[in-house]
Design a protein around this ligand. Sequence first.
Ligand SMILES: NC(=O)c1ccc[n+]([C@@H]2O[C@H](COP(=O)([O-])OP(=O)(O)OC[C@H]3O[C@@H](n4cnc5c(N)ncnc54)[C@H](O)[C@@H]3O)[C@@H](O)[C@H]2O)c1
Length: 380
Amino acid sequence: MTRTLRFAAIGLGQRIAAVLRAVKQTGAHFALAGYVDPAPVGSSILGENGIALGRRFEDERELLAAGPYDLLLIGSPNHLHAAQLAAALDDGRSPIFVEKPIVRTEAESYALAARLRETTTPLFVGLVMRSAPIVREVLRTVDSGELGEIVSIDATEHLPPDHGAYLARNWRRKSEWGGSFLLDKVCHDFDILDAVAGARAARVASFGGRGSFRADRARGHDRAAYRAWPGGWAAQDDPFSSDPDVTDTQTAIVEYENGVKLAFHASSHSALRERRWYIAGTEGTLIADIDRNKLMWRHATDPGAPVRATFPLNAIDHNGADVAMAGDLIAALAKRAAFPVTATQALEAGLTVMAIDKAMGSGQIVDCSEMWRTFDQARG
Ligand SMILES: NC(=O)c1ccc[n+]([C@@H]2O[C@H](COP(=O)([O-])OP(=O)(O)OC[C@H]3O[C@@H](n4cnc5c(N)ncnc54)[C@H](O)[C@@H]3O)[C@@H](O)[C@H]2O)c1
């Protein structure tokens, strides 16, 4: 009989509820001993999945004092991660799972990098794509050398209107809460694309703005699709007049330190959704269609059919990645395997996106060398 793990949560929203649902689906036994959240948005998902909320604590200090826990999950809006992580690391008695983006600003990234030098507390970051079977296969193919040296990458993320409206309605619409469209939504992709490139970004440029969710383009104002997703914390009803200050459309180009070139295009009101990576190497090319969960690749001089792989589709759990990540989390807690992404990689992905946003804001190409020097100094 396996022991029932004792969990606690700071920020019990839709995402942590989905993570707990996925942990339950792995067959792991756990109980939520307590939580801090003024109005837990995830309670209905937990109820539907037979997971009791546990005791409500007034603040992190009270919750941490009632520890240690087998796992402390942090799933608040992004602007709260840094302070809540700091409190959890100061307590230091419980392994921590924090949702992406690990922190929201460059200054928070340096401070956390320095803080991590002094801790041995396990810290897992919810960059769930790292656990997705298709992404593992992409990284395995790149690492196997089948594609040769990576030369260039073309990547997209085009969200359907219901998802875009959700971002435009809830706390992600404000940079003070979410950071930015790219930081909140595609830090996942930049984590993987950095790994595919095999280097850090050297120079970046970006253009972006609000192309769809604005008052003068509210053609579909009253259509139910725009309110199909529950809003979450600090949400508004109307995505076209919610006064956002983040982009809903953005492009970026990146040159990596090893010369790999990347072009990226994201939007959030797409009638033809797409999340696709086109990876060109000296020996072969790979296309991964992350939405349709299939990939193909072929050697440059091979006239035969491409190697193809198809993975199961499952809309509610990132095509199986949530349960896979939950399994990775349980294995890491039991020290059976390393978690597939490190806190340092999560910080690097966040900083790459922050440099892209800085380039968009300034209208200049941003040279990332000073950023990485500061980061490495902080890491010691
Ligand atoms: N890995 C993924 O695929 C993925 C998907 C969605 C969200 N996320 C991340 O998960 C986190 C939460 O997003 P969400 O979609 O669950 O948002 P949400 O709005 O559904 O939930 C946020 C929760 O935080 C609570 N909260 C607000 N202030 C708080 C405070 N001071 N202390 C404690 N709790 C507080 C809210 O009441 C709410 O219950 C974010 O960091 C987001 O980027 C990750």
